[in-house]
Structure formats: structure tokens, C-alpha cells
Design a protein around this ligand. Structure first.
Ligand SMILES: [Zn+2]
Length: 459
């Protein structure tokens, strides 16, 4: 199925990092895009596509589009809201404080803006763990926000349905049955196209065993993959409980995993399930001491990165790559350093992290046949980073400078399914301007409402 027929696109002369095992790196290569897919990767392809739209990539790094495997996209308008909080503080401020005030319009505006934040940072695929769906209209607005942004996304239908805050606790109501309607209405053809669907489930850390069994049975009846938060400090009962209930499997995405035991990591590996680490949130919000990066990689567990909540972190995966790398080296060397020994060699490098943020993320969501590397035949999801700025114009490997120093402003061109969604360093203005207006209107409304609510409680 083609996404953007006709109109060849030629990304010319860049340092191309394909993560395709046969092609590898091309220090000066072209990527030819046709009918929404990667047609060819190689040197000197200009003659292959006369009349193609050309993107000059000389002095740029051309990489597969980044994959964010875990984000709450509806919070896109809430940046900077929870700078100095733990998971508990975040839950009170965002899930308890703001979420109940969200109308479908707010949800649409937050999701659209949040998806554009991701695209702006070179993220072409995002798994949207959506847990502020109080009515069917909220769910529709969420899907529309993702679709209108033009991002490739996995919409993970969560709670709370009509149950409100009581959804994440007792009396453990059923997962909203509206997911069935959304699947039928918005995803009638299953896999294919830019949007897919899964379920964002509470899991044993946030509900009862009985509810977990019901939730998983519901997902499997619908044939949808699931995602659960597991292994966070203070929220026991995760992978081992799923194992006891016989619920583990390759259709399960585990998020965080900081506090999992060795045995639990082994269980995830044996089940074929995946892991999403969110390095900033994992450490900033006290979910655990270190992200589970090394635990997953050493066992061959499909591993991806995620930004998670953007209310107290950045919005890009370059930051997550370098934080994950620093944290993993710190973890691995903590023993020796603690004994005052000098460490001769360090493990993991920047390229391992870029692979995790691209091909790794694609594997997490079983999309690696379609995306994750610049392989002919795959969907044309491509990110171009400008290397000519002082902080990225280095002596050695450009992947190292980009992983250690790049941010959203360095992302010059972003292509999703052959369609250019960011060009010359700017998002497509028609979408971005409308999204900004909607987001500001929503933010203004939320500020007024929450101020009124605070006054009401105080008086
Ligand atoms: Zn999360």
C-alpha cells in the first residue's frame, strides 16, 4: 500500500546511517523515496529519478526516523508543569489535578501539539499510552489528534472511561469497552497505514489480579497488543504476577522495569515481550536507581526508549539516548569506581543507543518489517540532522556528536511515509500554526478552570 504516490524524493549527499546490516553506513550517500517507501540507498542516485524533489543533505546526518516507544501524548500542552516531583507528585498534579478537567477539545489540542513536538524532534513513530479517556468523544479526539499531526503512531487505548480516578485502584472496574467501538470505527483494516491500535492496561501494579486477567483477555479477544507499567519503586507486583497468571507473551510491552528482579527480566526475555525504558523519568521521578537498559540488552529483550511524560522532561530522544548511555555506564562501573579502581574500558557506545532509538523501538512494537532502518522496501520514515552547527561539526563519528549534543532544533528535515512534515528546520506551517492556537486556547481554559477549582476548595 503506497502512502504518497508519485513525487519521488531524493535525499542527496548526506552521511547516511542505515542500520541495515547489508548497507551499513554511507559517508556520502543518497536515499531515494518512491511511493512512500525507500526505493534505493546508495551513492549517486540522482540519475535514477529525474524530476525528483531534492533535499540537499550534504553536511547532514541521515538516519531512520526515531521511534518513541512510550509517551503520554495528550500531555503535550503541559510542558514544565512538574519540574521537581516524584511519581507521586506527578500523579497528584497531572492525573489527579489536571486530567479530570480535560474536554475532548483539550485532549485533541494536547495530542496534536504533543505529536508535533515529537515530529519536530525527528520522532516519526510514537506509542501513545493514552490514559485520559473519560468518554468515547475523548478517544475519538485522541485518534484525530494523532492522525492530523501526520505521525506514525500506535494508539494505546487506556482508561479511565466513566470511572474517573477510581479506575487506577479499587473497586477495579473493567477496561472501557469503548475500545471495541474505536477499533471497529477507526482501525477497520488492522495493521496498515500510519495509525495502529493497542491497549494501555493498568497491570498488576495498579489494579487487582482479577482485573488484570479480565483486561488481558479483552485485549487478546480484540487481537490487540498491550502495554503495562511495571517495576517502579513503591508499586510492587508486576512481571512475577503476570507470570503467575500466565499472561506474559510477545504481545506485551513492559514499561520502565527499574525494579524488576533478575528472574523477572529472564521471564520477559523468555516470553518474547519487550521493554521500554524512559531514562529521564526513570531517574528524575525516582522510579528506580538506574534505567534497565543493560538488563534488557544483555538478555536480547527488544528494547526501545521513551520520553514518557513531557510535563517535567524534554521532548526528544537525543536527550534520552545520552542519559541512558551515561546511566548505564555509571551502573556498570559503580562497583569498581566505589572501590576506587580505575576502569580501563567502558561498554556500550553512542551507536548502540541510536540503534535502540530506531530499529530497537521498531522491534518493540513488531514494526521492524516496516520501519526502523533505511532498508529498500521499508516505509520512508527518515530524519535529517544538520551537522554544520558548531556543536555537531566534529572530528570523529557524527553519530557520537549527534547522540551527545543534538536537540530538536538540529533536526532539519523529517519524512513520514514519504511525506515531508518538517523542512528547512520548520514544521509544515498550516498544521503547526493551527495546533499552536488550539494548544494556547486549551491551556488558557485549563488554567482558569484549575484556578477556580483551587479557589473553591480553599473557600
Ligand atoms: Zn508512562
Amino acid at each position: 500500500m503506497s502512502e504518497v504516490p508519485g513525487n519521488d524524493l531524493l535525499i542527496r549527499g548526506g552521511h547516511v546511517v542505515t542500520y541495515d546490516p547489508v548497507i551499513g553506513d554511507l559517508p556520502q550517500g543518497d536515499v531515494l523515496v518512491r511511493d512512500g517507501r525507500i526505493a534505493e540507498v546508495g551513492p549517486g542516485l540522482a540519475g535514477r529519478a529525474p524530476g525528483a524533489r531534492v533535499v540537499d543533505a550534504r553536511g547532514r546526518l541521515v538516519i531512520p526516523g526515531l521511534v518513541d516507544t512510550h509517551r503520554h501524548v495528550w500531555q503535550g500542552a503541559l510542558g514544565g508543569h512538574t519540574g521537581r516531583v516524584s511519581l507521586m507528585g506527578y500523579s497528584n498534579a497531572v492525573l489527579g489535578g489536571l486530567a479530570p478537567h480535560y474536554t475532548p477539545d483539550d485532549l485533541y489540542a494536547g495530542t496534536l501539539w504533543g505529536a508535533l513536538q515529537a515530529l519536530d524532534a525527528g520522532i516519526t513513530t510514537i506509542a501513545d499510552w493514552s490514559h485520559n479517556l473519560t468518554t468515547p468523544a475523548h478517544a475519538d479526539a485522541n485518534v484525530r489528534g494523532l492522525r492530523d499531526a501526520g505521525i506514525r503512531a500506535l494508539f494505546l487505548y487506556g482508561g479511565p472511561g466513566e470511572h474517573g480516578p477510581g479506575f487506577f485502584g479499587l473497586p477495579a472496574p473493567a477496561h472501557p469497552d469503548d475500545a471495541r467501538r474505536v477499533q471497529a470505527e477507526h482501525f477497520p483494516y488492522g495493521a496498515g497505514g500510519r495509525l495502529r491500535m493497542g491497549l494501555a492496561l493498568r497491570g498488576p501494579a495498579f489494579t487487582t489480579r482479577e482485573a488484570t486477567e479480565r483486561d488481558f483477555a479483552f485485549a487478546r479477544e480484540l487481537g490487540l497488543p498491550v502495554s503495562v507499567h511495571v517495576g517502579m519503586a513503591g508499586f510492587p507486583g508486576s512481571v512475577s504476577v503476570l507470570d503467575e497468571l500466565g499472561l506474559l507473551g510477545p504481545d506485551v510491552n513492559h514499561v520502565h522495569g527499574n525494579q524488576l528482579s533478575e528472574r523477572e527480566f529472564d521471564l520477559v526475555a523468555a516470553s518474547g515481550g519487550s521493554l521500554s525504558v524512559t531514562p529521564s523519568v526513570d531517574m528524575l521521578m525516582a522510579l528506580g536507581t538506574y534505567p534497565a537498559t543493560g538488563e534488557a540488552l544483555s538478555r536480547g529483550i527488544p528494547l526501545g526508549l521513551g520520553v514518557d511524560t513531557t510535563t517535567g522532561t524534554g521532548t526528544d530522544l537525543f536527550s534520552e539516548m545520552r542519559i541512558a548511555l551515561a546511566a548505564e555506564r555509571s551502573r556498570a562501573n559503580a562497583g569498581a569506581v566505589g572501590r576506587g579502581e580505575s576502569v580501563a574500558e567502558v561498554a556500550l557506545d553512542q551507536r548502540d543507543l541510536l540503534r535502540t532509538a530506531t530499529l530497537g523501538g521498531a522491534r518493540v512494537w513488531h514494526l521492524d518489517d516496516e520501519i526502523g532502518s533505511l532498508t529498500p522496501g521499508k516505509r520512508a520514515d527518515i530524519t535529517v540532522v544538520d551537522l554544520r552547527a558548531p556543536h555537531l561539526d566534529g572530528y570523529g563519528d557524527p553519530v557520537t556528536t549527534v547522540v551527545m549534543g543534538a536537540g530538536p532544533a538540529d533536526v532539519e528535515t523529517v519524512v513520514v511515509g514519504g511525506e515531508i512534515v518538517k523542512a528547512g528546520g520548520a514544521l509544515v506551517p498550516a498544521v503547526a500554526d493551527r495546533a499552536r492556537d488550539l494548544m494556547h486556547a486549551s491551556r488558557g481554559r485549563l488554567r482558569t478552570l484549575t484556578a477556580d477549582a483551587r479557589e473553591h476548595t480553599a473557600s
